[in-house]
Design a protein around this ligand. Structure first.
Ligand code: GTP
Ligand code: MG
Length: 379
């Protein structure tokens, strides 16, 4: 176990999903009171989304993590209007939320080319400020990476999430017979015959008590905040972390996962969810599957877990798909269900938007006021 945890630490050390930076806008240039000249504005600092960048690269490339824009040029006899200071652009991967140190969101970068102003340059000296320039804004900011994928895999360790991703897509995540094989999120693309692609994020396994920092899955839950749907993956044979911990049946693992999501952020449970029941190639799993389906149908009758581990409301899955990531059984069916569920979500969102717009148009408008009626025609 010590060996595993050491490896975990080393490997996890390679993956950076948040970074703190110091940013400062450039100081404005001096004005020239004698001739009424204006100093140039200080440069700004921007964070810009670009492909092929990782937070790890930023960390390695800029060990001091300080980004200071150029100062505005002073006003002079030869150039009364001083030039603007040079802007600084920090390139970051798409999927970044930029916040202040206190967690206030400054902006989000969801697609390549989007940019957020993080530190504005100071004003150049001018007549209204006695020709004295102001300093640029200086602050600490945080870049917080939250993956953007269509579907996020949620499951206990060893359930076969990574095996499933490697069967569904061309991704090659690490697979192992010990818990916590996956130490960093990985995205795979599921390809369909009509060239449609669906991105699926494999995440480290969650364990019960993750919300009190057990295991390491909880810190990765932020990566499912932005996925459109959740794909619960359970081992039909259940899960047991060690001899000392209790055995949990497939149904109990679903309840525990739901509870962990609820404790992390309840809104996550409003996302459409599918359930994948994995390892159906193992003997006697048909019987276990029937039992699980029955438990899912009559959730209130099965209360084997302590009360505080049972989620407030049961999760309802749009589809339950038995598969074997090892043999490929049920994988085509799963691909079809994922697609169906995503399409249904888009259709329902479009419908909601249309209804909202129609209602807005139907809403009675207030009678025009005298002012908005325009000038009265002269008699
Ligand atoms: N028999 C059988 N074994 C499977 C199946 N899918 C995965 N496994 C095995 O289960 C073990 C765990 O698989 P992983 O894909 O690493 O599981 P995971 O959910 O990604 O685990 P973590 O990354 O630790 O959270 C491996 O030994 C796999 O070979 C399956 O469908 N049938
Ligand atoms: Mg894994």
């Amino acid at each position: 176990m010590v060996w595993i945890s050491r490896i975990c630490y080393r490997k996890y050390g390679n993956f950076v999903d948040n970074l703190r930076l110091y940013v400062r806008g450039g100081t404005g240039g001096m004005g020239l009171p004698r001739l009424g000249g204006h100093g140039g504005k200080g440069g700004d600092v921007w964070v810009t989304a670009q492909d092929g960048i990782t937070l790890k690269k930023i960390k390695d490339q800029y060990p001091h993590r300080r980004f200071v824009a150029g100062a505005g040029a002073n006003s002079s006899i030869r150039a009364l209007k001083g030039g603007k200071g040079a802007d600084v652009e920090v390139f970051a991967p798409p999927g970044i939320v930029v916040t202040t140190d206190d967690g206030v969101v400054i902006g989000e970068l969801n697609a390549k080319g989007e940019k957020v102003l993080v530190a504005q340059g100071g004003q150049g000296g001018a007549h209204y400020c006695n020709f004295l320039p102001s300093k640029g804004k200086a602050r600490q900011i945080r870049l917080d990476l939250k993956l953007i994928a269509d579907v996020g895999l949620v499951g206990f360790p060893n359930a076969g999430k990574s095996s499933l991703l490697s069967t569904l897509s061309h991704a090659k995540p690490q697979i192992g017979s010990y818990p916590f094989t996956t130490l960093r999120p990985e995205i795979g693309k599921v390809m369909y015959d009509d060239f449609r692609q669906v991105s699926v994020a494999d995440l480290p396994g969650l364990i019960e008590g993750a919300h009190v920092n057990k295991g390491m899955g909880h810190k990765f839950l932020k990566h499912v905040e932005r996925t459109k749907q959740l794909l619960f993956v359970v081992d039909i044979c259940g899960f047991q972390l060690s001899n000392k911990s209790p055995f949990r049946s497939a149904f109990e693992t679903i309840q525990l996962l739901t509870k962990e999501l609820e404790l992390y952020r309840e809104e996550l449970l409003s996302k459409p969810a599918l359930l994948v029941v994995n390892k159906m190639d193992l003997p006697e799993t048909e019987m276990l599957l029937q039992e699980l389906l029955d438990q899912l149908e009559n959730q209130d009758d099965y209360k084997s877990l302590p009360e505080d581990l049972i989620p407030k409301s049961a999760l309802h899955f749009s589809h339950v798909v038995p598969v074997s990531a090892a043999t490929g059984l049920g994988i085509e069916e799963l691909k079809a269900r994922i697609r169906e569920s995503l399409d249904a979500q888009v259709a329902s969102q479009t419908e909601q938007e249309t209804t909202r717009r129609i209602e807005e148009l139907r809403r009675p408008r207030p009678p025009p006021t005298a002012r908005s009626r325009g000038p009265r025609p002269s008699a």
